[in-house]
Each structure stands twice: as structure tokens, then as C-alpha cells.
Design a protein around this ligand. Structure first.
Ligand SMILES: Cc1cc2nc3c(=O)[nH]c(=O)nc-3n(C[C@H](O)[C@H](O)[C@H](O)COP(=O)(O)OP(=O)(O)OC[C@H]3O[C@@H](n4cnc5c(N)ncnc54)[C@H](O)[C@@H]3O)c2cc1C
Length: 452
């Protein structure tokens, strides 16, 4: 088959897989190719073991502002609609109760206020008193001797919600459904360089593989996106700080659903939470922790050099960002604590205090470090503003190539991001969008809200 395509997507994580599905089903593009360096989709951040398996709708994520929650809620709804349309219940998407808890008077006030404000976005959101929580999530209230914890505790959440997802299984489903006609997925294809040709098209090369030509290139390569952009001279004002997240297992009968805690607004990463694990059956998970690592892939070797190329390590701007973070004693202690959690043998002795905020009766024997679980968040550094940016980043060239960096909640936002990219690509290539299919599958009448 001729190796010239309308669109080449680099990376088959949940972002690239969603875009592959969207372009092959919701547009009239005839030739789309998905290129992945490993032998199957979603083996890095999007793998079930490596993330928190949560559809972050913004209702229990207390680090989200009202505006962010509104945006995330709609993105989450689209992904849920997609999964239900494809009948992925109990295969890739799971229903649980979920709540954010406030412990102690200050947090109780915070949850009460947040509930009043956020119920406008989530009509099904409920307020839970200490008695309600005792009934629906007893171990959040009960001490080891059967009595109730002394602190004031309240919650806000839902008794049933499609809130857990195996993003890897969804990525596999999306890719399987998208290979038809002249649409192709190529695995073991690690794009090494991208060169713009005189006719405006791009040639993509990989070792020992036929080069590919595409009129539009969308890079969804996770922590590697910035490296590919910078190789072409884009995004030089940015850096990538890889922040690993690990988990601890506890027995599966400790929690019935998701339990989130109140975020310390000073800290750059979400507070730990408890979740029933949908892959390691019969276990609950606590985490994720947050630890900066000098590599782009957590459990694979060989990406240390790529870290040094993209992090801006040693540059004045990056050093200033790190210095500012370390100068704040709360952030410094947080970084130190998260480092200690990783130390074999003693890590759980430090972690248990945080864990007992969720389950006060938890003992050291209940906790096991989840070996081989956890991923890397490619956090973006703005070297001009000398700031750590939270959330996603898109580098648009306006010349037929776009790069996405997708830290959390990138998996929840995969459909939203794919539709935004679809609008750019169809506009650039004069292709058409099939709104009737989008309406049927995603329950969206219009895409105007996606246009800035
Ligand atoms: C600890 C942790 C917990 C998280 N929890 C959640 C959560 O509960 N909910 C949520 O929504 N988000 C969560 N996230 C974030 C979420 O996992 C990511 O946003 C999401 O998986 C990103 O998907 P992606 O497809 O963009 O990137 P990735 O999954 O990293 O995929 C990138 C793909 O590109 C491929 N690739 C890279 N370079 C090349 C190349 N040169 N050529 C070809 N292919 C290439 C890689 O092999 C990979 O398959 C979490 C992240 C972490 C680390």
C-alpha cells in the first residue's frame, strides 16, 4: 500500500487512539495512519496499572475550580457516552459510589461550601453527613475498636456513577474499530524524525521501517511530544518535568467506592485518594504519590537522555522554577515526604499517616507498595514565565503539525482533545465532519464550545 496519508498520528496512548477513532468515524478522511513505537496500544501512562483509572468529572476533585470542573464534566460525559454506546460496561467502564471527604472543622466547611456551589454543575451530587458516610463507606468513620473517629467528617459525592475506566482497554477498542478501508495502525514504529517537504507535506522516518508521508501530523506522544516538537524548533520556551506517581495497595474490603480528600491549594499535585482497583481485582489502591524522575518512561529503560534534552535541566529558567518550589517549606516537605514514600521498607511508615486520613483503622500490615504500578506525568514548565504549569499544553504550528502534552486528566479529556484536533485537521485539509454520528455516539449537539 502506498505510504502517503491524509493524517499521521504519532502515539497510540488513549489520546492518539481516541483521535484515530474520531478521524476515521466522525470525518470523511480516507487515509489515516496511527504510529506507535511499542507493539500494542497504551503501554505507558494510559495503561491501567499506571494511572488512577478515574474518569475525573470534577465533582470530587477538590483541586478543580468551578470553571475547570465545568469543562472537565462535559469532557467526562462524552467519554462515558462513548463507552456506553460501545457497550463497554464492566469491561472497560465501571460504576461505583464516589465522594470527597472533609476531615476536621476547616475541611468540613470547605466541603459544605463546595457542595452548594458545585451542585449547579452536577444535579445528582449529594451531601453526606458523618452518619451517611458511616452507612455507605463505613471504614472512613470506624476506628479499629469499632467506635467512630472523633473528628467532624462530611462528604459530597454520588451513590452510583460511571467513574472508573480501564483507559488501556478503551484504547485497544478504539484502535480495533478504526482499522478499515485504507486506515492503518503500525506498531513497533518509533518515529525518529519528522521533516517538512517543499509541498507542505511531512515525511516521518523510523529505524528499519518504510518512511511515511502525511499532509497533517498530530503528535500525541505523551512525555515524548515536547522532544519531537523541539527537534523541529517548536516549543523551545517550554520544558518537561516528569513527575512519577506510585500507589499502595490495601485489602479490597476497605473501601466500597472512590474516596477523595481535600486538596492543599499550595501543592502542585492532587491529594491522594482511595479507589477500588479495576485491574488488580480484590484490592483497593491509595495514591498516587508525586516524585520527580529523570526519565520519560517509568518502567522502561533508555529515556534518561531524552529527559535531559527536554527538561531544560541546568538552564537558569528551570533552576529558578525549582528554586521557587523548594523555597516554600510546605512544598519542600511535600517533595521530601513523597521521596520517602519510595524508600523500600520504610516508605509505608511515612505514607500511613496520609492513608489514615481516609481509613483511620488502617495498619502497616494492610499497606503494600504496589510494585510495577504507577506512571509519569509530563508536567509542563514555562521557561519564559519561569513557572510550573498545571494541566495540558498544545503546541500548534499552524502549518499542518500539532503537538499535545497531556498530564492528568489527559485520559478523561481524550475525546474532547480529539474533537478539538479533528476541527483543526478537517479545517486544514478541507474535510467534512459527520455531526450526526457524533450526536449518536457522544450525545453532543454542537462542537462550538470546543472552539476558543
Ligand atoms: C500516576 C498517574 C495517575 C493518573 N490518573 C489519571 C486518572 O485517574 N484519570 C485521568 O484522566 N488521567 C490520569 N492520569 C493522566 C493520564 O494517564 C494521561 O493524561 C494519559 O494517559 C495520557 O495519554 P496519552 O495518550 O496522551 O499519552 P501516553 O499514554 O503516554 O501515550 C503516548 C504514546 O506515544 C508513544 N510514543 C512516544 N514516542 C513515540 C514515537 N517517537 N513514535 C511512536 N510512538 C511514540 C508511546 O509509546 C505511547 O504509547 C494519570 C497519570 C499518572 C502518571
Amino acid at each position: 500500500m502506498n505510504n502517503t496519508y491524509d493524517v499521521a498520528i504519532i502515539g497510540a496512548g488513549i489520546s492518539g487512539s481516541a483521535l484515530f477513532y474520531v478521524l476515521t468515524h466522525y470525518t470523511d478522511l480516507k487515509k489515516v495512519v496511527l504510529l506507535e513505537k511499542y507493539s500494542e496500544p497504551a503501554t505507558l501512562s494510559s495503561r491501567g496499572n499506571n494511572n488512577s483509572q478515574t474518569i475525573h468529572a470534577g465533582d470530587i476533585e477538590t483541586n478543580y475550580t468551578f470553571e475547570k470542573a465545568k469543562k472537565v464534566a462535559r469532557s467526562a460525559k462524552m467519554l462515558v457516552s462513548f463507552a456506553l454506546f460501545h457497550e463497554l460496561q464492566n469491561k472497560s467502564i465501571f460504576e461505583y459510589q464516589k465522594m470527597a471527604i472533609g476531615v476536621g472543622d476547616k475541611e468540613v466547611e470547605f466541603i459544605k461550601k463546595r457542595y452548594e456551589e458545585f451542585k449547579e454543575i452536577y444535579p445528582e451530587l449529594e451531601f453526606f453527613s458523618k452518619e451517611d458516610i458511616k452507612e455507605i463507606e463505613p471504614n472512613v468513620i470506624k476506628l479499629a475498636d469499632g467506635s467512630d473517629r472523633a473528628e467532624n467528617v462530611v462528604g459530597s459525592g454520588m451513590r452510583k456513577s460511571f467513574c472508573a475506566m480501564d483507559f488501556c482497554s478503551v484504547a485497544h477498542h478504539m484502535v480495533e474499530k478504526s482499522v478499515f478501508g485504507e486506515h492503518q495502525a503500525k506498531f513497533n514504529y518509533q518515529v525518529k524524525d519528522i521533516v517538512k517537504q517543499g509541498d507542505g507535506k511531512y515525511t516521518l522516518r523510523a529505524n528499519n521501517q518504510e518512511p511515511i508521508t502525511a499532509s497533517f501530523v498530530l503528535v500525541n506522544a505523551g512525555a515524548h511530544s515536547l522532544l519531537l516538537a523541539q527537534n523541529m524548533g517548536f516549543g523551545l520556551e517550554l520544558g518537561c518535568l516528569p513527575v512519577a506517581g506510585s500507589f499502595f495497595f490495601i485489602p479490597g474490603d476497605k473501601l466500597r467506592g472512590k474516596v477523595y480528600t481535600v486538596q492543599n491549594p499550595k501543592l502542585p499535585f492532587a491529594a491522594i485518594h482511595g479507589d477500588p482497583d479495576i485491574i488488580a481485582k480484590g484490592k483497593n489502591r491509595l495514591g498516587p504519590t508525586a516524585l520527580s524522575m529523570p526519565k520519560l518512561e517509568r518502567f522502561k529503560s533508555g529515556t534518561y537522555l531524552d529527559f535531559f534534552k527536554t527538561s531544560g535541566f541546568g538552564e537558569i529558567a528551570t533552576t529558578k522554577i525549582m528554586w521557587d518550589l523548594f523555597s516554600d517549606s510546605e512544598i519542600r516537605n511535600y517533595i521530601l515526604r513523597n521521596f520517602l514514600y519510595e524508600v523500600p521498607g520504610i516508605g509505608k511508615k511515612f505514607f500511613i499517616k496520609e492513608a489514615q486520613k481516609i481509613i483511620p483503622s488502617l495498619t502497616l500490615e494492610d499497606l503494600t507498595y504496589a510494585k510495577g504500578f504507577g506512571g509519569i506525568r509530563p508536567q509542563v514548565l514555562d521557561k519564559q514565565q519561569k513557572k510550573l504549569m498545571l494541566g495540558e499544553k498544545k503546541i500548534k504550528s499552524g502549518e499542518g503539525i500539532t503537538f499535545n502534552m497531556t498530564p492528568s486528566p489527559g485520559a478523561t479529556s481524550c475525546m474532547r482533545n480529539a474533537l478539538i484536533d479533528m476541527l483543526e485537521i478537517t479545517d486544514y485539509l478541507n474535510a467534512n465532519v459527520k455531526m450526526d454520528i457524533i450526536k449518536a455516539e457522544l450525545n453532543e449537539e454542537s462542537l462550538e464550545w470546543l472552539v476558543d
